[in-house]
Design a protein around this ligand. Structure first.
Ligand SMILES: Cc1ncc(COP(=O)(O)O)c(C=O)c1O
Length: 404
């Protein structure tokens, strides 16, 4: 790749020094051989080790059969949850694994009565659609929704009628980091609970749920954790958990599931938030990505990410494009968003050139580099974006709908 970041920024080499070099990890991700992979905010690159884990799952199923449940499969939603706990600053035994964020969020919602004085759900209008839909679908059951428009204060919209504040740590559309501390403070002042969707942060932006006193947190593995689909997580503040009785519940949540008792008795701790048979193959696959995040360390990943997102921002602005993600790297997660002419078409043309990213209708192209990307790849991608716009090569793809 011919790109030189220092030359492109107009800086001498001495002014250009990446803070940390994590490129040795590139060899762990086979897809990097053939693509410039800048879509880790959507589907993080697959670690080679994930393939071994899936084969291990098949081997255990083949050779251990039914015995596998007692040898680890049954408790995987808790043991894998403990690994997530380490990544989000939670105590062991406070995280359970589920199929997706939608289910995790539905379990939280099922813990509350929706017909009293306190039945307001307050969130930012640009909350991720699945989260919005699940609360909107409860309106006939009593939920009152307050969707706060962009630019207005979520904190100010939280009042004594608020039950839940389902909000994002990093906004999926623009990559902006929210002030979770202020949201939690206000929610607790008035007796409301915060449900933090950390899908767009965990794995690239540090999160400390215990320190932040977040009540509930949810996320998945598809993106920055590089864990693939089917392995989402739910954190519940331990002192809150014992008092909650989720109505979306299953036999894994019973105190004695193998007694097959006719009446429900909730398990202690986080296990009460479980449902039915766990998604075992997805949990095998996911841990390969988590292991790497633990090995590299989120602090180093964040340092590299702040550097790379700044590099992308500077290069895109030098080309005259409108960067819609925050310009201050402290307020920016792992994704840079940028509006270019015909960005839907630019995205398609980039894909044909082996540069993978995506776009969202309101915010433009989304570029999400991770710890294994090189600065040279970023320069190359920006050069290609510039060339595609200048030559009009995007025009033949115009009208493309947003997709993955
Ligand atoms: C912030 C956020 N929340 C939730 C989701 C997805 O939710 P689910 O796991 O239910 O598909 C995404 C993206 O897919 C997201 O970016």
């Amino acid at each position: 790749m011919r790109a030189d970041p220092a030359a492109c920024l107009g800086a001498g080499p001495s002014l250009y020094s990446p803070p940390v070099d994590l490129t040795a990890y590139r060899e762990r991700f086979p897809i990097l051989d053939g693509t410039v992979y800048l879509i880790n905010h959507s589907l993080g690159a697959m670690p080679a080790a994930a393939e071994d884990r899936v084969l291990e799952y098949a081997r255990v199923w083949k050779t251990r059969g039914i015995r596998a449940w007692a040898e680890g499969w049954w408790t995987m939603p808790l043991t894998v949850g403990d690994q997530i706990a380490r990544l989000i600053g939670a105590r062991p035994g406070s995280v359970t694994m589920h199929q997706n964020v939608t289910i995790a969020e539905a379990i939280v919602l099922s813990c509350f009565q929706l017909d009293g004085d306190r039945r307001r759900v307050v969130y930012e209008q640009d909350n991720f659609p699945t989260v919005r839909y699940i609360y909107q679908a409860q309106v006939d059951r009593g939920v009152e929704i307050v969707a706060v428009p962009e630019g207005e204060s979520l904190v100010e919209a939280i009042d004594e009628r608020t039950l839940l504040v389902p909000t994002q740590h990093v906004l999926y559309k623009t990559g902006e980091i929210q002030d979770v501390e202020a949201i939690v403070r206000r929610a607790h002042q008035v007796g409301a609970y915060v449900v933090l969707d950390a899908y767009q942060s965990v794995g690239t932006v540090p999160l400390e749920v215990t320190e932040l006193e977040v009540d509930f947190a949810v996320g998945g593995s598809v993106k920055w954790l590089c864990g693939g689909p089917g392995a989402a997580w739910l954190y519940v503040r331990p002192d809150l958990a014992e008092g909650l009785r989720p109505s979306l519940v299953g036999w894994q949540a019973h105190a004695r599931p193998f007694a097959f008792e006719p009446e429900l008795e909730y398990a202690e701790g986080a296990a009460r938030f479980l449902t039915g048979t766990p998604n075992v193959p997805a949990l095998y696959a996911a841990t390969a990505g988590y292991d790497l995040i633990e090995e590299v360390g989120v602090a180093r990943i964040r340092e590299n990410s702040m550097h790379q997102t700044q590099l992308l921002t500077d290069l895109l602005r030098l080309k005259g494009f409108d960067v819609t993600s925050p310009l201050d790297s402290k307020r920016r997660g792992g994704t840079v968003t940028v509006r270019t002419p015909g960005f839907e078409g630019v995205h398609r043309e980039l894909a044909e050139r082996g540069i993978l990213c995506d776009f969202r209708p309101d915010s433009g192209l989304r570029l999400g580099s991770h710890y294994f990307n090189t600065d040279e790849e970023l320069v190359y991608a920006v050069e290609e974006i510039g060339a595609i716009v200048e030559s009009g090569a995007y025009e033949r793809h115009l009208g493309a709908a947003a997709s993955f």
